[in-house]
Structure formats: structure tokens, C-alpha cells
Design a protein around this ligand. Structure first.
Ligand code: HOZ
Length: 430
């Protein structure tokens, strides 16, 4: 596969952009390659600047549920640009978007739009602190809630991939307000609550973790967290940046029948444009300025292009629930094929899948938390990743990221992926 143009662009980029990229995980560092610079995307495919075509399982890290450049979404963005791109003033579309979101995710009674998942989680934590008058939060090892100071403690995603789960630059005083528990281990939460209960403002969790690879919650885990929060007057925050409107029209909270106090959302609700949101119970959200005293603002929040794209995508998902059945069917077919390959070739792997999110971990142990995820053989993953990329299959370039299936992946794409995987597995065994 020729990659000369990507390599040249990366050289230029490294001179003027930190590490040559604008978000660390896309640098391909942990898989020992230079990144492919992407020229265009359509449906399930990406094309790089050298003209190589890939079946894409990154999907811009989640939002491409319908596939890239989905015509109705592209048209709505195009149409919106004709009327101006930003006003710094309210629009009808923001109201329609908020109404649709509150309909689809009923735990959200009131919602504030922001520009990214990071902004959403930072704001939600400030709100939880303002509402409860407490300072500490509990997060889970390996969960990632964006790059806000309070969250870069045992963080997943790019931080975990690069081996810097605790970033320098986070003030010690602030870091000490973040307590970390083990995902899927309710006792680790109970012991923090028994020690710090009355100081804890919020428990924040990815209901299905995407940021240390895909890890589902064990039965009862989310319910237990909900019960602890209710009992201790701690706010329960579900970070649905990856799962919201992907795992079902009402997100993971609908799938697992959990009602959080606050929900954070990100890229998905912008249909690929930069958007985030936090929302929840009216009584809590009324603390947010200008309704209440907790300050949070943004000139581009709710901007017309992002709202046009997001509203179009959510409307499609809302009106066509069969989309989730189709996504499940395709994802299940992929899972079956991968399992056949694992069984046939005896590779030590564990596949986790929830709906259209999945990760193949290179370990034969169950993967249910940070420790079991980090038991994976990352060298093996790197070889696997490189083999798949060579065969035109674009996976997340990290063992600790979830892959995504979209509606645009055809049966032929899935079959090609399974076949490519078989040959890569065979080469790994040599
Ligand atoms: N897991 C990250 C998003 N939740 C990957 C994207 C990035 O950091 O660039």
C-alpha cells in the first residue's frame, strides 16, 4: 500500500502541530505507524490522500451511525450555511433540538448545548458541585470523560493508550477531589462512599465503557450505582458521549433502564460536527446561568450548522427505530465471523460487543475493568491493526478504543472484514 503523501504530510504536520495531530490517539503512535491523512469519506468508506480505500470502523469515533456524508445530513448543513453560520443569538433550531432530545431521552428535562463532550462533562461536574455544595467526584479507572482537569486521573482513551493516565499540569489540589473506583466493582464504590459520602457531589460513569475498549456493565452494576447515589444524595451522571443515540434511540440509559440525574452527550448529537450537551432534571438544570447562579457560556454553543446536522440525524433515528435492529443484525454478523475466526485459529482473544460498539482484546481473560483490559497483549494488537490496515480495514489505532459499525456497512463489507481478519490471524500465528 503506497503511503508517500501521508508520510510527507505527517512530516510537515510535526513541524507545526504538537506530534503532528490535533488529538493524540489519531497519531497511530501506539501501533508503530504514521497516520493516514484522510481526503474524503462516504458511507462506510474512507479514502486517504494516497488514494487508498478503507472500510472504516472508527466512524469519527462514534457519530457516523448512518455512515459518512449521509445525504440528508449533508443537505441540511449545506442549506443552513446559506442563512449564516453563527449569530451568537438564539434560534428556533436550538429549541427544536432541545425538544427532540428531551423526547428521545426523557431523563433529560432541560438541556444546555455546548461544543464538545469535554465541555459537557466539565460543565456537568461544576453543576453537580454547585447543586450539592460538595467538591469530590467519583470516576472509574479507565473511563474517559474528556480532557478536563478533574477527569485526567486514571483516564482511559488516548491517555491510557499513551501510558499517561494521570497528566502533568493537573493541580494536585484538584486531583485530590477526584476519587477513582473500579468499573464493575460496586464494593470499590461503597468503600469510597463510606469514607467520603457527605463530600461527594457526583458519580460519573460511561454506562458502556468505550474508552478502554468496549466494556459492558455487569448485570446490576448501574442499578447499584443509581441506588447508592439516591441514598447518599449524590448526583448520578451518565456520560453518554459514545453511547447516547447509538445503543438505542434513548441511549444506554434506555437499554439498561437507568434514570440518571444528569447526562452528558457529545459528537453524536452533532452528526459529526463539534457539539456537546449536558442535561437532566429540571430542578438541577435550573442552577445554570442565566436561570441560576452556576456560570457556563459559549459563543458557538448551539450554532446553526451543528444544530442542523444534529437535528437531522436525531430526527432520522427517532422516526426510524428499525435502524437499531439493522445495526444489531450487522454487528452480530460481524461478531459471529470474528468468533469463528478466533475458534478456528485458536488466537487468544476476547471479543466484547454491545450493539454497534465492539473491541477485540488480545487476552484470553474476560475483560470487565481497567486491570483486565490492560492485561491485553498490545504488541499483538499492533500487529493485528497493521495487518488489517494493509488489507483496507481501518480500525481504531489503539487496543483501548471501541470500534463502531454503521448503517452503511453492507453485508459485503462485513464479509470482507471477516475474511481479512482470518488472513491476518493466520499471519500472526506464523
Ligand atoms: N476515545 C476518544 C473519544 N472519546 C477518541 C477520540 C480522540 O481522543 O481523538
Amino acid at each position: 500500500m503506497k503511503t508517500t503523501k501521508s508520510t510527507k504530510l505527517f512530516e510537515r504536520a510535526k513541524n507545526v502541530i504538537p506530534g503532528g495531530v490535533n488529538s493524540p490517539v489519531r497519531a497511530f503512535k501506539s501501533v508503530g505507524l504514521d497516520p493516514r491523512f484522510i481526503k474524503k469519506a462516504r458511507g462506510a468508506y474512507l479514502w486517504d490522500v494516497d488514494g487508498n480505500k478503507y472500510i472504516d470502523y472508527v466512524g469519527s469515533w462514534g457519530p457516523m451511525i448512518l455512515g459518512h456524508a449521509y445525504p440528508r445530513i449533508a443537505r441540511s448543513i449545506h442549506h443552513a450555511t446559506k442563512n449564516g453560520t453563527s449569530f451568537g443569538a438564539p434560534t428556533e433550531l436550538e429549541v427544536k433540538m432541545a425538544e427532540l432530545m428531551t423526547t428521545m431521552m426523557p431523563s433529560i428535562e432541560v438541556v444546555r448545548m455546548v461544543n464538545s463532550g469535554t465541555e459537557a462533562t466539565m460543565s456537568a461536574i461544576r453543576l453537580a458541585r454547585a447543586y450539592t455544595g460538595r467538591d469530590k467526584i467519583i470516576k472509574f479507572e479507565g473511563c474517559y470523560h474528556g480532557h478536563g482537569d478533574s477527569f485526567l486521573i486514571k483516564a482511559g482513551s488516548g491517555a491510557m493508550t499513551l501510558g499517561v493516565p494521570d497528566s502533568p499540569g493537573v493541580p494536585k489540589a484538584l486531583a485530590s477531589e477526584t476519587l477513582t473506583a473500579r468499573f464493575n466493582d460496586v464494593n470499590s464504590v461503597r468503600s469510597l462512599v463510606s469514607e467520603f459520602g457527605s463530600q461527594i457531589a457526583a458519580i460519573i460513569v460511561e454506562p458502556v465503557v468505550g474508552n478502554m475498549g468496549c466494556i459492558p456493565p455487569k448485570p446490576g452494576f448501574l442499578e447499584e450505582l443509581r441506588a447508592i447515589c439516591t441514598r447518599e444524595k449524590i448526583l448520578f451522571i451518565l456520560d453518554e458521549v459514545m453511547t447516547g443515540f447509538r445503543l438505542s434511540a434513548g441511549g444506554a440509559q434506555e437499554l439498561f433502564n437507568i434514570r440518571p440525574d444528569l447526562t452528558t452527550l457529545g459528537k453524536i448529537i452533532g452528526g459529526g460536527l463539534p457539539v456537546g450537551a449536558y442535561g437532566g432534571k429540571r430542578e438541577i438544570m435550573e442552577m445554570v446561568a442565566p436561570a441560576g447562579p452556576m456560570y457556563q457560556a459559549g459563543t458557538l454553543s448551539g450554532n446553526p450548522l451543528a444544530m442542523a446536522a444534529g437535528y437531522e440525524m436525531l430526527s432520522i433515528l427517532h422516526k426510524q427505530p428499525s435502524i437499531y435492529k439493522k445495526l444489531e443484525r450487522r454487528s452480530r454478523r460481524l461478531e459471529e465471523g470474528i468468533r469463528e475466526n478466533i475458534a478456528r485459529l485458536g488466537i487468544a482473544c476476547t471479543l466484547n460487543r454491545v450493539g454497534s460498539m465492539f473491541t477485540l482484546f488480545f487476552t484470553d481473560r474476560d475483560v470487565y475493568d481497567y486491570e483486565s483490559a490492560t492485561a491485553s497483549d498490545t504488541n499483538m494488537f499492533s500487529s493485528y491493526f497493521r495487518g488489517m490496515l494493509d488489507r483496507g480495514i481501518y480500525l481504531p489505532p489503539s487496543q483501548f478504543e471501541a470500534a463502531f459499525v454503521s448503517l452503511a456497512h453492507s453485508d459485503a463489507d462485513i464479509n470482507r472484514t471477516i475474511k481479512a481478519q482470518r488472513t491476518v490471524f493466520e499471519s500472526l500465528l506464523k
